[in-house]
Design a protein. Structure first.
Length: 338
């Protein structure tokens, strides 16, 4: 109810702003799926809201070719009637010939890279099922938003762009010792049909571990219909020991349909037989940009001492994995953009 009141107030204020400046946008995404999830011991049918959101954007032209902008974006749990205000990418910033500077809470360059090459982002089979790290008091790291972040992105020169993201305290509340200080950076080459990127991120922990990861990602359009994707990640100083993740994906456009698939492998850490293989295949039916219907089947095959999910990563409903058991999911979804 509190979220509804905040959203209604913001919408009312923005509606007035639209009349004055004509540069305010209300936008959103409704992404729901009906899933049959199985962790090798238990199974069930669920409805999941997957990174559904409501957002507000505004911008103002300034002297000297500068532009100020703001964004407030929040998760909307359409499946369970819940949400949090400004918990997604929310910031204020300034852009011009020098590049872009913004401050707030938003995706890191490392996370952005994964989103560009993941064939099943926010769906069953998302790479984050085996690429994200969590454990102990350190919580989730990698593919997370920095809190209290300040970021710079350079202008694009010869198709190259540099980004740097820093937080003095990647947590809530005030700090006097800058614990949880973290940073993320990337360099990207992008033109029509080609994307190449490298990113590095270091997350300061509070239990003696300072997780860091190098991530390389790419896609290449062989034709207008066929795209190949790949990602490689090397993570160090993480709970359980160092771990590598790597794999490939592909998509094929056929009229209003897009056929997708990807396979990713995570190796053992300090524990033997702790790796896993993720495999997912699916198809989208596009009804213009606004509406997509899709079907996905995915499986994460866990080694004896591994417990990776198939239903994690940007999804509201997730079934915990069980060590040594395969996690599977069959998902029918709808995505509506507005």
């Amino acid at each position: 109810m509190q979220l509804f009141k905040y959203s209604l107030l913001a919408a009312s204020l923005l509606a007035v702003g639209t009349v004055q400046a004509n540069n305010v946008e209300i936008y959103g995404l409704a992404h729901l799926s009906l899933d049959r999830l199985d962790n090798g011991v238990d199974s069930g049918t669920n409805v999941s809201s997957n990174s559904s959101r409501l957002g507000f954007r505004a911008s103002t032209k300034l002297e000297g070719g500068l532009e100020a902008f703001v964004q407030l974006e929040q998760t909307i749990r359409i499946d369970e009637g819940a949400g949090s205000f400004a918990d997604r990418d929310s910031y204020v910033g300034l852009r011009g010939d020098f590049g872009t500077v913004k401050i707030g809470q938003f995706d890191t360059p490392l996370k952005v890279l994964r989103g560009k090459v993941d064939q099943f982002g926010d769906r069953v089979g998302d790479i984050r099922n085996i690429g994200r790290v969590s454990g102990g008091t350190i919580g989730n790291v990698f593919d997370e938003r920095f809190k209290n972040g300040v970021a710079y992105q350079s202008p694009t020169v010869n198709n190259l762009t540099f980004a740097f993201h820093y937080t003095p305290h990647n947590n809530t509340g005030a700090t006097v010792d800058n614990l949880r200080e973290s940073y993320s950076s990337s360099i990207t080459y992008e033109q029509k049909g080609i994307y190449l990127a490298a990113a590095f991120e270091r997350f300061e922990g509070t239990d003696g571990l300072d997780p860091q990861a190098i991530r390389l990602g790419a896609y290449y359009d062989i034709t207008d219909a066929i795209r190949l994707t790949t990602l490689w990640q090397s993570a160090k100083d993480i709970p359980g020991g160092d771990r590598n993740v790597y794999g490939v994906g592909a998509s094929y456009k056929q009229g209003n349909y897009v056929w997708r698939g990807q396979v990713y492998q995570t190796g053992d850490n300090d524990t033997a037989d702790s790796g896993a293989t993720l495999f997912a295949v699916g198809v989208d039916r596009n009804f213009g940009r606004e509406l997509v219907l899709y079907a996905v089947y995915g499986i994460t095959s866990n080694d004896d001492n591994a417990a990776f999910r198939i239903s994690g990563g940007g999804r509201g409903t997730q079934l915990p994995a069980i060590a040594g058991e395969d996690s599977t999911g069959l998902s029918l979804g709808i995505i509506y953009r507005f």
